[in-house]
Design a binder for this molecule. Structure first.
Ligand SMILES: Cc1cc2nc3c(=O)[nH]c(=O)nc-3n(C[C@H](O)[C@H](O)[C@H](O)COP(=O)(O)OP(=O)(O)OC[C@H]3O[C@@H](n4cnc5c(N)ncnc54)[C@H](O)[C@@H]3O)c2cc1C
Length: 294
């Protein structure tokens, strides 16, 4: 289907983009990689009057590490982050999730900020952001604000970004020594959105779990943390029995949606299996990373 007629603006600075957003507010859509927005326009599921194309804003791209954080500009392409050594070293969970997004052609256009602003609950990056307590930096006419990932995802394809704000950067805390991670998902075919996905991170201190993070994709209209399972894990030594129980705790109280890809019960069973698998892989990589640094 052809796109509906729409006005087009191509700012080259963040300041210009914010002025345009302030002018058009609800009538504008920001165009990043276009991998989600263009299909929405073609299907008439989004009807903006104007597209504000931010592809020409160089200051929005790049990856840097500073003070225990890895900062990624919103317009950084998914494949650029995937190939970044700074991401691989500092945010291994993100590095594991990126290759699971669609296919190479999609990741060569799609952006880190676009995925987090789009907030598809089945997408990989929102689950990673939620698991790691990432910070999202937005800028609008009244200045900059930093939003915690827990406050960012408000509902299906809905975030706490105000219509006159631009997402400019995402910051992930760098993984410390003894931290191991795993991204697990079940999808019908490679490159499809996950039916269920899991972002897992474990930190071991002298063989004991000192920090545990589990966030699901595909189980709700926002990415969700499995707090009861995280609480169970902290203070314990990794074992198959512990991870089995964590799978039960993580899925005890959830009521996932049913659709043509799977029933609610199926999603629940998959989620428990992913917790067991994810924790095993995260614990193995945590032991390895702890050993590497001795
Ligand atoms: C065939 C196909 C398969 C895919 N498979 C997957 C998959 O398995 N997993 C997955 O996670 N994704 C998948 N995607 C989506 C892909 O990851 C997109 O790149 C991503 O969701 C959106 O990023 P984008 O840069 O293309 O954003 P766009 O499509 O340009 O924008 C998406 C939304 O975010 C808003 N937006 C974008 N950037 C900003 C910003 N800086 N500030 C404010 N608002 C902004 C836009 O206005 C729009 O509402 C797939 C896409 C396709 C076409």
């Amino acid at each position: 289907m052809k796109l509906p007629p729409v006005e087009y603006e191509a700012p080259t600075t963040v300041a210009e983009a914010i002025n345009l957003l302030a002018e058009y507010v609800d009538e504008a859509s920001v165009l990043a990689g276009g991998q989600s927005l263009i299909p929405l326009l073609a299907l008439r599921l989004a009807r903006p009057t104007v597209l504000i194309d931010i592809n020409g804003i160089d200051e929005l791209s790049g990856v840097s590490a500073m003070d225990g954080w890895v900062a990624i500009g919103a317009m950084t392409r998914e494949y650029v982050a995937e190939e970044s050594e700074t991401v691989a070293d500092g945010v291994p969970l993100l590095a594991a999730a990126l290759p699971l997004i669609g296919h190479e052609a999609i990741r060569s256009r799609g952006t880190i900020g676009g995925s987090l602003a789009h907030a598809d609950p089945a997408a990989e990056l929102p689950a990673v952001a939620r698991a790691l307590d990432a910070e999202l930096v937005v800028r609008g006419p009244s200045g900059e604000r930093v939003v915690a990932a827990a406050e960012w995802f408000e509902g299906y394809l809905t975030t706490s970004r105000r219509p006159d704000e631009l997402l400019t950067q995402v910051r992930f805390p760098a993984a410390g020594p003894g931290t191991g991670t795993s991204f697990q998902e079940v999808a019908r075919r490679h490159g499809d959105f996950a039916i269920v996905g899991l972002a897992a991170s474990l930190t071991l201190s002298e063989g004991v779990i000192s920090d545990a993070r589990l966030a699901f994709a595909g189980l709700s209209d926002v990415p969700v943390r499995a707090a009861a399972a995280e609480d169970l894990l902290v203070g314990e030594m990794p074992s198959a029995e512990l991870f089995e129980e964590a799978g039960r705790r993580a899925t005890d109280d959830i009521d996932p949606p049913a659709d043509l890809h799977g029933s609610s019960d199926y999603r629940k069973k998959v989620a428990a299996a992913l917790v067991r698998r994810g924790l095993r892989e995260a614990a193995d990589s945590a032991s390895y990373r702890a050993g590497e640094r001795q």
